[in-house]
Design a protein around this ligand. Structure first.
Ligand code: ADP
Length: 720
């Protein structure tokens, strides 16, 4: 072997890989993990390339290769592509891949204990507690002790007495294997047809993309389970991406039911140990079924068979910090590099995906109805100009009536209000002062449950003041507008006997609390659930027959060209919660703009009408999917200098046909965490390689002062 040169990528934000010499005694593969010197330090990096060229200069030598399995080839390509597409450095992307350094070493071992089966009659109460404690075994002495309420020393004594057995075992054992052949539900003819199309794609053993487009409750999950089962039968691994919110809730139990094993979960809330275990098992090809949030896309699957992106339209697939990327789009890219199928599932596909389906780039698999006799909810509008609630109230008379009807029939209602807290604005009646976040361009929101005033952008909070911080007027502060807490209060006033609960990230912070509340809802122990977007995703509440949208206009307006699309998607999803079991559902939306096309399309149950209007508008303006968009945010601590930097950056824009630049101008959130924000938008014709254009532009800006930042966002979803 005459390999002389290796290109090593380190997980840091530098433009690319560095060249190193490979000493004769070291055998290397692409993707291997190595230690190599940087300055005076040894750092862990990955071999991105190898070549035999005699180096033209003195190179430092690689010091050591780790015994871990190398990153698979498609993963290396994926790192480069993600970086290129999103105008990031490959090292930053590698850092997302290496979320768990410890996973590169074999699992640590620990002494684990289990009962031997001996159960003598006269044992001490502490030993009895340990024997009766139910498991799971084997477990650490400290865990058994904690569960049994005894001290760990007792367990060790039990080994001597022959009651417990001790063994050295890996702390991170392999996961249970899912079983693809447990029978799923009997599919309806339409579902069976959709499933068989997807299974065919999986059998083809090559890249394909399918849009599984089915109304809420049509059984999309049941259908893609068949494709998952097929990939598992091939002995391959499956990745299912879901919005983060779906992971912390009951969602995982469905996988267990269908495949007999808990899937491997990957999201922001898992522990380091779970992360290490998952990563190691994935790279070894042993973790077969992974359900994760967007970051799971960067797991190094050894033998990926299928990717599913559930709720593909969901905005939480977009990462807005660090490497800015859209996991939905990157999932399609990854499937292409792996040469394997990807399924995008949604009841309300993004216009981009619908467009791709129409252009024949994605197979379009449609489930037009719910199985059996279950129908979609009727959707109606309440014009708030004619049905004005009392001042300080937010529920109109028809809305209250609709809830009253459900209560009298023993059915449940959901009031949707996508705003946490009690009221979005705190105003001083004496001087007109509005309470602001100290270093951010945003109002403070009153949270009555905790008695605090909170900034929803930064998380800043302070005790709710009694007097106006500006004029000092006592008891002058008043709350304007509704949040979930206020709506819950109002509902309780209308229905004093009703069981009213709130589901939002403040009131239900831990996964257990969420599970408990959803459980009560499922069992019919709540009459009125008031919730934020947390309630929107994939729950089945059999007794829920009414959904009231308190403010249907909340998502409209602003500078976001996708506002109409978001409104439509969210409302379809919210309304879709009603009438899932055997009861018909109804949804009512309070609005000041009943003529808005998104709302009209909802009432008519006519998605095509909405999509048609929206597509025509996008086409006319050259917006996605008929053109490309990028955004630039220039951040800095000094307003004047931030403005200058933004202007300077604009002056460096390369000339190109089919590219338009708007701005710089003040961002809607003009200041965040003490930094000013200026924005540019770049619109390009479909033929323009916008990533390449932005990379070239960024490279021309050689100097950025410390504490200033130029952030580039390809295909922006956020316009704030
Ligand atoms: P979607 O993902 O399209 O919203 P789900 O797959 O979650 O739909 O299905 C909605 C509900 O209907 C679930 O409770 C599911 O178990 C049930 N369901 C779907 N298809 C069938 C079927 N063929 N037979 C029985 N129940 C079904």
């Amino acid at each position: 072997m005459g390999l002389k040169n290796a290109q090593i990528l380190f997980p840091v934000n530098v433009p690319g890989a560095f060249d190193y010499a490979v000493p004769d005694h070291i055998r290397l593969d692409r993707g291997a993990f190595v230690f190599a010197p940087i300055g005076k330090q040894m750092k862990l990096g990955v071999v991105m390339g190898l070549d035999e060229a005699e180096p033209d200069r003195e190179l430092k030598e690689i010091a050591e290769v780790k015994a871990t399995r190398p990153l698979p080839e498609p993963m290396l390509d994926f790192i480069d592509w993600v970086a290129g597409y999103n105008v990031a450095s490959p090292g930053q992307v590698l850092r997302m891949v290496l979320r768990s350094w410890k996973a590169l070493d074999p699992s640590p071992v620990a002494t684990l204990y289990e009962p031997t089966g001996e159960r003598p009659l006269n044992v001490t109460p502490a030993r009895r507690a340990a024997l009766d404690e139910g498991g799971p075994f084997p477990a650490r002495a400290s865990d058994i002790a904690k569960r049994a309420g005894i001290s760990a020393g007792v367990i060790k004594g039990m080994v001597k007495a022959g009651l417990m057995r001790a063994q050295e075992r890996p702390v991170d054992p392999p996961f249970e294997e899912p079983d693809p052949d447990i029978a799923g539900r009997v599919l309806s003819p339409a579902q069976a047809m959709a499933a068989s199309e997807l299974v065919t794609q999986v059998r083809k053993d090559s890249y394909s993309a399918s849009l599984l487009d089915g109304v809420t409750g049509s059984g999309k999950t049941e259908v893609y389970f068949e494709a998952v089962a097929e990939a598992l039968r091939q002995g391959r691994q499956v990745l299912i991406l879901v919005p983060e919110i779906a992971l912390t809730q009951a969602g995982l139990s469905r996988f267990k039911q269908r495949f007999g094993a808990e899937p491997v979960a990957w999201h922001s809330a898992i522990t380091d140990m779970e992360r290490r275990r998952a990563w190691r098992e994935v790279v070894q090809g042993r973790a077969k079924l992974v359900v994760g949030a967007r970051s799971a896309l960067f797991l190094p699957f050894a033998k990926l068979g299928l990717i599913v992106v559930d709720e593909e339209h969901d905005t939480s697939f977009k990462q807005e910090e660090g490497v800015i990327y859209n996991a939905r789009d990157m999932a399609v890219l990854r499937a292409r590099l792996e040469d394997r199928p990807v399924i995008l599932a949604s009841a309300t596909p993004s216009l981009e995906s619908l467009h791709n389906a129409r252009m024949g780039r994605y197979a379009h698999i449609v489930l037009p109805e719910r199985p059996g006799a279950i129908t979609l909810p009727d959707i109606g509008l309440i014009d708030m100009k004619t049905h004005k609630p009392e001042p300080g109230s937010f529920l109109s008379e028809p809305m209250v009536q609709a809830v009253a009807e459900r209560i009298s029939r023993g059915e449940q209602s959901l009031l949707y209000m996508n705003r946490r807290g009690y009221a979005p604005l705190i105003l001083c009646k004496a001087c007109g002062e509005r309470l602001r976040s100290p270093d951010t361009d945003s109002w403070l929101v009153e949270h009555r449950a905790t008695g605090r005033a909170v900034c929803h952008l930064t998380g800043f909070s302070m005790r709710m003041p009694r007097e106006c911080p500006k004029c000092g007027a006592k008891d002058g502060l008043t709350s304007i507008g509704p949040g979930v807490e206020r709506i819950a209060d109002e509902a309780q006033t209308h229905f004093p006997q009703a069981r009213v609960e709130i589901l939002s990230s403040d009131t239900t912070a831990t996964p257990d609390e969420i599970k408990a509340r959803l459980g009560r809802m499922e069992r019919g122990e709540i009459d009125i659930l008031v919730g934020t977007q947390m309630v929107v995703k994939g729950h089945n509440f059999p007794k829920l027959t009414f959904v009231g949208v308190v403010d249907g206009d909340l998502l409209m307006g602003g500078a976001d060209p996708r506002a109409g699309e978001r409104t439509y998607q969210t409302l379809v999803q919210v309304a879709g919660r009603a009438g899932r079991a055997d009861k018909a559902g109804e949804a009512l939306i309070q609005t000041h703009h009943p003529d808005h096309e998104a709302l009209q399309a909802l009432v008519a149950g006519d998605r095509e009408m909405f999509v048609g209007v929206e597509m025509a508008m996008r086409d006319m303006l050259g917006l996605p999917p008929f053109g490309r968009l990028a955004a630039v945010i220039v951040w800095g601590p000094d307003l004047k200098k931030t403005k200058e930097l933004a202007k300077d950056f604009l002056s460096k824009a390369p000339r190109a046909d089919g590219v338009e630049i708007l701005g710089p101008s003040e961002a809607p959130i003009a200041r965040l965490r003490g930094l000013y924000r200026r924005r540019l938008f770049i619109r390009a014709d479909p033929g323009v390689n916008l990533s390449k254009y932005m990379t070239a532009w960024r490279a021309r800006q050689k100097r950025i002062p410390a504490k200033y930042k130029i952030q580039i966002d390809i295909d922006p979803q956020s316009f704030v």
